[in-house]
Design a protein. Structure first.
Length: 240
């Protein structure tokens, strides 16, 4: 078990913290702890996770110090088994300069071919850590270091929905049109966030895996039509 600590985080919040690193192993343990703290749902209004921490926002009139003591006692008496990924989603992505505003400049700056970029970017099972920045924006870990690239010096005021980008050591998908400063290298034709679905606006959960599948421009347009017709189904594979 990793070293963790529980500390106050404001007047009505507790923070369970792990070492400040991005690690699938730490995150798997974090998810197990998130499941364990459901034992105290009568005291907790909301649970929010990040790469290496769980924020517990308490209900009114609940005592952070009392809950901290209860958590420490519970954790000392229970063996927490890390929750490993059981699902891997597949998302189609078209790596084409008609759809990816920074693709050509990215290839030039990295001195690599389009084929090499596709192999490096789509040849990984990315770990889904959490959602943030925008509703439905999933933070993914596992980008090949050869593709790391600083954010744009001047962010765009408009990034098309579905754009796949790179910023620093991360890659991600814009779930909706928005401003943004990531380097855009592809686009996904499948909506990944539906605000009209109040029960499940995003199909993805923290702790799952995601793999990009390269498609041609024609395939991209065909999938767009399938999505518009309501017949396209996302692919996910169970992990044994």
């Amino acid at each position: 078990m990793s070293d963790i600590r529980i500390r106050p985080f404001g007047k009505h919040t507790l923070l369970i913290e792990w070492p400040a690193v991005i690690s699938p192993d730490i995150h798997a343990e974090l998810l197990a702890y998130r499941k364990l703290v459901k034992l105290f749902s009568d005291q907790i209004a909301e649970t929010v996770i990040s790469y290496n921490a769980i924020a517990l926002h308490l209900k009114p009139a609940q005592s952070p110090s009392a809950l901290k003591k209860q958590l420490e006692e519970t954790l000392s008496l229970n063996e927490v088994i890390a929750l490993k990924p059981t699902v891997c989603w597949e998302l189609p992505v078209c790596y084409n300069s008609k759809l990816a505003l920074d693709l050509d400049s990215f290839l030039e700056s990295k001195q690599i071919s389009l084929e090499a970029l596709i192999d490096l970017h789509s040849g990984v099972d990315y770990h889904i850590y959490f959602c943030g920045f925008l509703p439905g924006f999933i933070y993914l870990g596992g980008l090949n270091s050869a593709l790391h690239q600083a954010r744009l010096a001047v962010p765009r005021t408009r990034v098309p929905a579905g754009s796949v980008g790179i910023a620093g050591s991360q890659t991600g998908i814009y779930p909706q049109e928005s401003p943004g400063g990531w380097n855009l290298i592809g686009r996904c034709p499948v909506p990944i966030f539906n605000p009209l679905n109040s029960q499940r606006p995003s199909p993805f959960n923290a702790g799952q895996l995601l793999r990009f599948v390269a498609v041609s421009y024609k395939e991209y347009l065909d999938i767009e039509k399938q999505v518009a017709s309501g017949i396209y189904q996302l692919t996910k594979k169970e992990i044994q």
